[in-house]
Design a protein around this ligand. Structure first.
Ligand code: NAD
Ligand code: DAU
Length: 350
């Protein structure tokens, strides 16, 4: 494997994957293809952008001709596809952009890979990074396995599910060597502050209300982003074509409990009296179609590839808070301009 295309490498998870690959595999040429939407930020990669095996390409996976030419020019050996519209709330107000990026964009990449690899799939791999949300919602018990039927509820998860179906179809129809992994909620540095944890860190710091959807009883399984990047590395190198792996943290939290834990850490770090920020909790209208609970059964990846999360939640959560508190400039850059308008639209009148 020599030339690896990573799409969405300027985003949250993608930047951690790019960093891992650039540092760990000096013999690989790593190409980061990113449109730099509001969620893509090259400041996430300042520590690797001068490395000789790292290359950035600004481009849009929605542009089929551009994608085809790119593959012809660089003759990639492998693709790790993370580029996506990734925020459920945005998908509720603007489903079409999710169809364009997550579905059409994925199919453009599949076509280009199929075209340049045709006849010789040996040593090639197309790796689709997907989400546990494609499986839908769980009740109080049970967990998603790799054979759980897809049952997406949001436009975001429906678009990801659709893309996954195309990936499997290209494997089954054309023999394209594809792999899919479905991961639970990631947390850690560099996540755009529209998602729960960085948004609430930002709001607690600035004494702004914490908009808890519904009753705060929805459950998510949280995984430190570097653990996800390591799982991606393993799957990319070891998984058999046509296979799927679920990735999770074995770390379920009700939103309201997670938020109270975050408040406890933040009050301590900001030198506020214990519990001072609890008053910022504000229950707001629930997210439409809000999935009650996600949980991952990680047996397959543990048994077959020997992966399990390394970072304990207490440690990862503290590290995450420290990172946001010590990266004020990063936060200022991503929360200026368009972010202000987004925040007003999303939360005013809720
Ligand atoms: P993100 O929103 O932080 O980053 C997405 C990146 O894709 C950005 O850099 C953006 O500029 C780029 N992008 C968007 N549209 C593009 C286009 N048309 N062409 C090229 N680049 C484009 O997302 P994330 O949270 O890092 O998620 C990355 C992937 O992992 C997504 O596919 C998502 O579905 C999946 N995933 C995320 C999580 C999570 O908890 N965040 C969990 C499981 C799976
Ligand atoms: O499960 C994997 C998925 O996790 C990924 O595929 C998505 O890309 C990623 O965004 C994430 O989706 P969620 O919808 O679970 O994440 P989010 O951070 O938006 O919300 C987490 C929970 O917190 C969810 O139950 C909704 C709730 N929430 C979120 C926000 C932004 C609130 O109560 N208030 C908020 O303001």
């Amino acid at each position: 494997m020599k030339k690896i295309l990573i799409t969405g490498g300027a985003g949250f998870i993608g930047s951690h994957v790019v960093r891992l690959f650039v540092n760990k595999y000096p013999d690989y040429e790593i190409y980061n293809l990113d449109k730099l939407t509001y969620a893509g930020n090259l400041e996430n990669l300042t520590d690797v952008d001068s490395m000789p095996n790292y290359h950035f390409i600004k481009g849009d996976i929605e542009d089929q001709e551009f994608v085809q030419k790119l593959f012809e020019e660089y003759q990639f050996d492998g693709v790790i596809h993370l580029a996506a519209e990734s925020h459920v709330d945005r998908s509720i107000t603007d489903p079409m952009s999710f169809i364009h990026t997550n579905v059409l964009g994925t199919v453009h990449l599949l076509n280009a890979a199929k075209n340049i690899w045709q006849g010789s799939f040996e040593g090639k791999k197309f790796y689709q990074i997907s989400t546990d949300e494609v499986y839908g919602a769980l009740g109080d018990t049970g967990s998603f396995t790799e054979t759980t039927p897809y049952n997406p509820h949001s436009p975001y998860s429906a678009a990801k599910a659709s893309a996954d179906h195309f990936v499997r179809a290209y494997h089954d129809t054309y023999g394209l060597p594809t792999v899919i992994s479905n991961c639970s909620n990631n947390y850690g540095p560099n996540q755009f502050p529209e998602k729960l944890i960085p948004l609430f860190i930002h709001n607690i710091k600035n004494n702004k209300p914490l908009p808890v959807y519904g009753k705060g009883i929805n459950v998510r399984d949280w995984l430190y982003v570097e653990d996800h990047a390591e799982a991606i590395d393993l799957i990319f190198h070891k998984a058999q074509p046509g296979s799927t792996y679920n990735i999770g943290g074995n770390n379920e939290w009700r939103n309201i409990d997670l938020i109270k834990k975050l408040i406890e850490i933040m009050d301590r770090k900001l030198g506020r009296p214990e519990g001072a920020s609890l008053s910022l909790i504000t229950y707001v209208a629930d997210r439409a179609g809000h999935d009650l609970r996600y949980a991952i059964d990680p047996t397959k990846i543990k048994n077959e590839l020997g992966w399990s999360p390394k970072v304990k939640f207490d440690e990862g959560f503290e590290k995450t808070v420290d990172w946001y508190l010590s990266h004020e400039e990063w936060l200022e850059h991503v929360t200026s301009g368009a972010y202000v308008e987004y925040y007003r639209k999303m939360y005013e009148g809720r």
